[in-house]
Design a protein around this ligand. Structure first.
Ligand SMILES: Cc1ncc(COP(=O)(O)O)c(C=O)c1O
Length: 433
């Protein structure tokens, strides 16, 4: 088993386990595939929340992706990777003043605003600086969708402003002088594997954008149609083909683009761009039997890959898994593969059909490039972040070092359990956080 000719065993030897391995060609292939299939006016913005590694993002950017960010670090990542501010949008339901200020400093293309209170904040901060900042209104549409594994809109949600409230808001251009409300954003849900659902959502969103513009008097500098394109994880799920998405979207986009020649059309995508390119690689430490079931206890688990473990899902289903060690294998049978954490939930694979596992075996979970370590409780038991490796043009690059014990201990402060004066003195000197 190898990636671009380098065996996983070599990668594990060189960089240790557990380890995330990303295939740069798969990353660029995902973004160029989408961009080639979809309407030329549609710009693909990569949602860094899916995988914020700067080299992963830079690779996607080399394939033409722009940046959708939701924190100071994601913003810095996008800018450091060379993204021009006009290709950056910032969204999230609870932005801090510091984040809003950073957006104004950077001159991002747009802040996606999620409440009227936030709009007032943007107005005030921009006015204080004598600046105008483009804002896209995130609308929570009155459309309940099906076909998404996790819905973000169409029901009571902390995201965006309800369609009804936006349509009743009156003339927004008169009310806000520095917050330049000039576009609409809608994100309905994630893990969509049915192109028709994407089409249905987009039809609604494009129509909604026109209704919002008519009701509030705003320009449509940009309409962000969200996306939520999925990758298959479980039995019975199939890849979402870019061509099928294009069949659904392109006629709608063509019509809208014709009527709005100046409007930027934006799609956001995280999982679809990064998911298929990543493999979570871990090593079996021990094998044993418990009450008639076989267990392989490995060095990887929940702390790096919450989604595979099924936290947040009602039912535990197995991610696509493979034995990566190349050796003769016997019969396939059911294996429970668990991690090093002290909780029965740390179960990476449940009764997965695998060849008989042995200590030292490498196992890989496929389609794991999105929502891995940064979406997982990585600090539980203080194991920290795994290493990340990007393979490009047949060469492996370490793109994130594994956390070492010092990395987790250094930010902590040991105060004397008894000596109050010592603790107070430290605080007075400003050494405490
Ligand atoms: C507003 C918004 N945009 C984009 C994304 C990225 O979604 P996905 O990784 O499914 O493409 C999310 C994910 O939750 C989101 O909430």
């Amino acid at each position: 088993m190898n990636v671009q000719g380098i065996s996983y065993e070599e990668l594990a030897e060189e960089f240790g386990t557990p380890l995330y391995v990303y295939d740069a060609e798969r990353l660029t292939g995902a973004v160029t595939g989408l961009r080639t299939a979809l309407h030329p006016r549609l710009e693909v913005f990569y949602s860094l929340k899916a995988n914020p590694n700067i080299s992963v993002y830079a690779t996607l950017r080399s394939g033409g992706a722009r940046a959708e960010v939701s924190s100071l670090v994601e913003l810095r990542t996008a800018l450091t990777a060379g993204t021009p501010p006009e290709d950056v949008i910032f969204l999230g339901p609870g932005k801090s003043q510091r984040e809003l200020t950073a957006c104004l400093d950077a001159g991002v293309y747009a802040i996606v605003c999620e409440s009227f209170d936030e709009l007032d904040d943007i107005e005030r901060l921009a006015a204080e600086r004598g600046q105008r900042q483009r804002v896209l209104l995130r609308v929570n549409p009155a459309l309940a969708i099906s076909g998404s594994r996790l819905t973000m809109g169409g029901k009571p949600r902390q995201f965006g402003i309800d369609e009804e409230q936006v349509l009743a808001a009156g003339d927004l251009t008169a009310r806000y002088r520095h917050a330049d409300v000039a576009g609409v954003h809608v994100y309905l849900g994630t893990r969509i594997l049915d192109a028709e659902v994407v089409g249905k959502n987009t039809r609604y969103i494009l129509d909604l954008a026109e209704r919002v513009a008519a009701a509030t008097g705003i320009r449509l500098d940009a309409v962000d149609i969200g996306g939520g394109l999925g990758v298959p994880y479980f039995d019975g799920e199939e890849e979402l083909a870019a061509a099928d998405v294009a069949d659904q979207l392109n006629p709608l986009l063509d019509k809208f683009a014709g009527a709005h020649p100046e409007t930027r059309l934006i799609m956001e995508s995280g999982r679809y761009l990064a998911g298929g390119a990543g493999t979570y690689v871990f090593r079996v430490r021990y094998v044993k039997e418990s009450m008639g079931e076989r267990f392989a206890v490995a060095d990887g688990g929940t702390h790096h890959h919450m989604a595979a473990v099924g936290i947040g899902s009602f039912v535990k289903r197995n991610f696509p898994a493979e034995l990566l060690t190349e050796r003769p294998t016997g019969e396939v049978g059911p294996w429970n593969v668990t991690g090093p954490l002290c909780t029965p939930n740390d179960s990476v694979l449940k009764r997965a059909e695998l060849p008989a596992l042995r200590p030292g075996d490498l196992v890989g979970l496929r389609n794991s490039g999105a929502y891995g370590p940064t979406a997982s409780p990585g600090l539980f038991l203080s194991h920290g972040y795994p290493a990340e490796v990007l393979v490009r043009a047949g060469r492996a690059h370490l793109v994130r070092e594994r956390d070492q014990p010092d990395d987790l201990l250094r930010p902590q402060r040991l105060i004397s359990p008894t000596d109050e004066t010592a603790a107070t003195a430290e605080t007075a000197e400003g050494e405490q956080p």
